[in-house]
Design a protein around this ligand. Structure first.
Ligand code: GCV
Length: 745
């Protein structure tokens, strides 16, 4: 800890020096110096002069009990933030001293009676606190004993930390300190990141360098970066992290790795972040400590109970296990003729005495092998998770949550919400989003995922034949089935954490939506842009404009109109709709698009796989008919002739081509918008983004050309009038290979 504090102090000095320098030049927009992106959205750069004067008067000192590590983290963050924005370290005001003008008071109310005496609007604050729950906060400019102060109040230590970050966010965005009045709390209790980080520091689907977890050096060498990781996550309200890949190794549960995990937990704890581990189903068997991994074998259950006890002895607030079982070759209870509930419940019982949870993934797409493991509807991969899990609704122990990917295939540029949302009223569900962009151009393409997350969270499942968004499903039912949200992290050891500046926005957006799934993705983009570049509209507005068109652009140049999974084999980068020779039918792009002379698309209606019937009746009815299916999902649910008439009168073929062209044009527009930002963005980040956008443009063209060439070959149709022919032959695109693509397992 002492080491970490030294690191914080050193960084504070550097930040102060830098800010003083920027302050001298008197501008918030002067960006001659390069920024490496390490500070993420917590940059706390010197404010423009007028704002600085206002804040200097409103924040002369910090009064904090500093009696727990979390409260100390809150006051340290306030100090860091104010020191940066004011280029001056605020005073520390002793707790029981009289209020002084401009004091920032951290008050852990607990009971309303614990609020500071003589508070001007104590009643309003009490009301807000009564609604703030265990993690919420109240922040307002008020008066104490007639003196203007800023009050940051909460019922808990973590609420104070969240409130401090929320206040700093407003200040960074240029809010007038005397106008700030916040009262907020998270909608979901479980807001976690899932690292797909391997113990050898490679990261599955990671595009930001090695894993940040230096397992080799842990537990005795603790990278100060872990604390900055914790700060960034706490600033969003993320309160859990699964440290290792769901394709887990048995060794992670060895005593040596439990000690390493404990060292990370010690750093994250003050920031309200619990650690979890992904576990491999067959761990006791592989460690040769049992002779089977059958969940109903008492020796297996006893092993897991002992293991849980061992973990909690070193990590008393350990969160629990995440499990990928009977999925993509991972072992699981089905290997022993048992079902997912049998497996999850056995682990849950080992964790229950310690209040740990099991997050059991529903990402399965192998047809069940035993008759008691659920009905098999069809060979449609999109239908298989539902078929296996729906019959298990209500059969899981209270501390099991079923973790469901946002869509039924696999983190595609666009998918309809997974049919399991709304279909398991007696099971708490965790939404799994992918923040890392496995199918969306890695860290090379600028694709802001806020709109993708929002689209799924707002999807109306019509469960119970009434309005019921996915967000409401996660928040649970009256009888206490409260779910959560998980994001597959895009974080790595690269200096800017995420491999590219704009990928930081996806971490940010995930965290903000985890806190409040009803937030608007454009508003989140505005917040992120304001903190990451500058709140000045000349900067933030164009940045937001680029971000907001980026996801639809990617859908258009990759998989328009509901096409899906036509990416390159294994690495999933670039187009490969022609692939038809992989071991399993449902690994091949041709399985998903089914394009031939007659048409294109996957028929999931009653004439096809009937996966549509997995949705609530209102939704199923809408998706069953191409005329009422939203165009963006058309080929997800329907196989249609190439001359099918789209609502705008074009043929389907012409519309597909137009979407590919539009995607490319959108990237060109994003690139042009970025160029206009040159005067306002530091050289280092400007050039990096510019290079990535140039590459994205080349690759959008590649996607367009390869897909048009291939689908034209399949359809045998001429290109619509006025459409540019692909630059190369289909053969040329087919021959491209990408050895050593990053992030591939
Ligand atoms: C961790 C997809 C990815 C795999 C990933 C898997 C999963 O198939 O390509 O890399 O494995 O999803 O979510 O388990």
């Amino acid at each position: 800890m002492e080491r970490l504090l030294r690191h914080v102090r050193a960084r504070l000095m550097v930040a102060l020096a830098l800010n003083a320098l920027l302050g001298l030049f008197g501008t918030h927009l002067a960006h001659a110096a390069g920024e490496d992106g390490y500070d993420l959205w917590l940059r706390y750069r010197a404010l423009p002069a007028a704002q600085r004067t206002a804040l200097a008067a409103a924040a002369t000192g910090i009064q904090s009990p500093d009696d727990t590590p979390t409260v100390r983290a809150a006051s340290a963050e306030l100090k860091r933030g104010l020191a940066g924005m004011l280029a001056r370290v605020p005073d520390a005001i002793p707790v029981n001293s009289r209020a002084r003008v401009g004091t920032v008071v951290l008050a852990r109310a607990g009971l309303p009676a614990n609020l500071p005496a003589d508070l001007a609007d104590a009643d309003a604050v009490r009301r807000h606190l009564a609604a703030a729950g265990a993690e919420g906060y109240v922040v307002r400019h008020t008066r104490q004993g007639g003196v203007p102060i800023t009050l940051i109040a909460a019922n808990s230590d973590i609420g104070l930390l969240y409130g401090s970050f929320a206040w700093l966010r407003q200040l960074q965005l240029g809010a007038a300190p005397d106008r700030i009045a916040l009262a907020d709390k998270p909608a979901l209790p479980l807001r976690v990141l899932n690292h797909w980080d391997n113990l050898d520091r490679t990261v599955e689907r990671g595009y930001a360098g090695e894993s940040i977890w230096n397992w080799w050096e842990l537990p005795n060498i603790v990278d100060p970066r872990y604390m900055d990781y914790a700060r960034a996550n706490a600033s969003l309200g993320i309160n859990g992290t699964v440290l290792n890949n769901v394709n887990a190794k048995a060794e992670v549960l060895s005593p040596a790795f439990i000690a390493k995990t404990a060292a990370i937990a010690d750093v994250l704890r003050p920031y309200g972040i619990r650690v979890y581990l992904s576990v491999r189903w067959s761990t006791p068997l592989e460690l040769k400590e049992t002779t089977t991994a059958d969940p109903l074998d008492p020796a297996v259950a006893a092993w897991w109970t002992r293991k849980a006890d061992e973990i909690y002895r070193t990590i008393p607030d350990f969160g629990g296990f995440l499990v990928k079982a009977n999925s993509e070759g991972q072992p699981g209870p089905q290997d022993y003729g048992r079902n997912h509930a049998d497996g999850a419940n056995m682990l849950a019982r080992a964790l229950a005495p310690h209040k740990g949870i099991v997050m059991w993934r529903a990402f399965v797409y192998n047809p069940p092998a035993h008759p008691n493991q659920g009905r098999e509807r069809s060979g449609d991969r999109a239908a298989q998770a539902y078929d296996q899990f729906k019959p298990l609704d209500g059969k899981f122990d209270r501390n099991v949550l079923v973790q469901v990917k946002n869509g039924a295939i696999d983190f595609q540029p666009r998918e309809p919400a997974h049919p399991l949302f709304g279909a398991m009223p007696d099971t708490p569900l965790v939404m799994e989003f992918q923040v890392t962009k496995e199918y969306l151009g890695f860290a090379t393409h600028l694709v802001y995922l806020g709109p993708l997350f929002q689209e799924t969270l707002r999807f109306d499942t019509r469960a119970g034949n009434k309005p019921m968004t996915v967000a409401r499903v996660l928040e649970g039912t009256q009888d206490g089935h409260v779910g959560g949200i998980a994001g597959v992290a895009n974080i790595g050891a690269s200096r800017n954490w995420t491999g590219s500046t704009f990928d930081q926005a996806n971490w940010y957006a995930y965290g903000r939506l985890a806190w409040n799934p009803d937030l608007d993705s454009r508003a989140i983009a505005r917040e992120w842009a304001g903190q990451t570049f500058a709140p000045d509209a000349r900067v933030a507005d164009p940045v937001v404009a680029i971000m907001m068109r980026s996801r639809e652009a990617a859908v258009d140049y990759m998989t328009p109109l509901g096409l899906h999974h036509i990416m390159g084999t294994g690495h999933h980068y670039g187009p490969a709709p022609w692939v038809d020779d992989l071991g399993r039918a449902d690994w091949n792009p041709v399985y998903y698009h089914r394009a031939d002379r007659n048409g294109i698309g996957f028929d999931r209606t009653s004439k096809g796989s009937n996966a549509v019937a997995q949705y609530a009746p209102d939704v199923a009815r809408r998706f069953a008919d191409p005329a009422t299916t939203p165009p963006e999902f058309l080929l997800w649910f329907h196989h249609l002739p190439w001359d099918y008439r789209m609502p705008d009168g074009r043929t389907l073929w012409a519309d597909i081509v137009a979407h590919y062209d539009h995607g490319v044009a959108e990237v060109a527009a994003m690139q042009a918008d970025w160029q206009r930002l040159r005067p306002f963005v530091d050289v280092q980040r400007f050039d990096d983004v510019a290079q990535r956008l140039a590459q994205q443009r080349r690759e959008a063209e590649w996607w367009r050309d390869a897909c048009i060439a291939y689908f034209q070959h399949q359809s045998g149709l001429p290109l619509p009038a006025g459409v540019r022919a692909p630059a190369q032959s289909l053969e040329y695109y087919r021959k491209q290979t990408f050895p050593f693509a990053p992030g591939h397992g």
